[in-house]
Ligand binder design. Sequence first.
Ligand code: R5P
Length: 329
Amino acid sequence: MASSGESAEAPPNIVVLTGSAHPALGAEVARELGMPLGVCRTARFPDGEIQVEIDDLEVEGEDVAIVQPTPSGAAARGDALLELLFIADACHRGGAASIFAVVPYFGYARQDARKLSGVPLGARVVTRLLGTAPFERVVTVDPHSDVLGACLDAPMVSLSAVPLLVEALDGELAERERDLVVVAPDVGAVRLAREYARRLRAPVAVAYKVRTSGAEVSIERIAGDVRGRRPIIVDDMITTGGTMVAAAGAVQAEGSLSDVTVAATHAVLTPGAMDRLREAGLRRVVVTDTLASSASEYGATVVSVARLLAASIRHVAMRRRRAQLVLHP
Ligand code: R5P
């Protein structure tokens, strides 16, 4: 029994694989876990179909974590979701003991409600697709919608990058100044803004956003007092930058200081987004590396989630191992 207890506490060996969506993050997660990055070759057949190859001997009998954000369209490098499913299938057929999907950015999560007739529930479609793979856990960061967890059969581990972003903001802001105000640029970001505000010990203001198209938004009004305060506008993601720019304009029109900081977990950043922020005078931008992005080339602060992901993977693998020991002592 003593030896069982000891092995339960030993850090588990985890094979970390990564697809083509964000290999740098996969490598960093492996490094944080003290493991070499596993072999996973991704390419395309001549007709463009996804080609994946892993090393069966490497995954057989092992816990495998596949690190792959699933952006789409302009932000994607290939078809990230399908590639993730292919890698998972290869691991399953190669005899992996368990497979964790590590999806730091979850694409299509914004299509979580049927606001118009005639449109699909995209978030549900995507989670059902993910459900076709034998994932023991799905680990994600600041998902846009709770619908993801509700639709997935596999348990979802939802991590928050807010503590990391606040730590970076604290450094950027030099000190916790009393004149800050945390701004939610739309109602959907209020929960996130409250969490930032609690940690920064600042009040919250809320912008009421109306989206007129995919790239166009306007702010109807601001609830909360922003006058004479330094705004920190927080959101789960920056896509075109339109939301941040509109919110920054609206709070300044309400008398905030012009020294605006924006912070978001996911730097989706469609082409031109960083230029848009820069042209609007938003020079202090803090994001994470849940996605491969060009943010740092534009002077943004990019905080890595690799350690956060590695800690979660290690925790999940340890729990799994303990459960196995209880079932098969
Ligand atoms: C939407 O609900 C999201 O939380 C973000 O506010 C949105 O995706 C940001 O997009 P954009 O940067 O294009 O305004």
